[in-house]
Design a binder for this molecule. Structure first.
Ligand SMILES: [Zn+2]
Length: 72
């Protein structure tokens, strides 16, 4: 039985492109396929304008609520 590779999950080595904090949101641009990473704060900040331009929007900020590592 092979190990199924699930959708890529963000780890502590993934950092926000804006501020360098741990990334919890991963966006893939539909135009270029380029990947952008954002922390919870900046993810929310750009979501309204950026999300319509993405083919993929992975939001793992729910992990923050569970872990309570992050104060907004
Ligand atoms: Zn950030």
């Amino acid at each position: 039985m092979s190990v199924a590779v699930a959708a890529p999950t963000l780890t502590s080595t993934d950092r926000c492109d804006r501020c360098g904090a741990q990334a919890y949101i991963r966006a893939v641009l539909s135009s270029t396929g380029g990947e952008l990473l954002f922390c919870a704060h900046h993810g929310r900040d750009v979501e309204t304008t950026l999300r319509p331009q993405t083919s993929e929007w992975l939001d793992e900020t729910t992990r923050l609520k569970a872990e309570r590592h992050f104060e907004d």
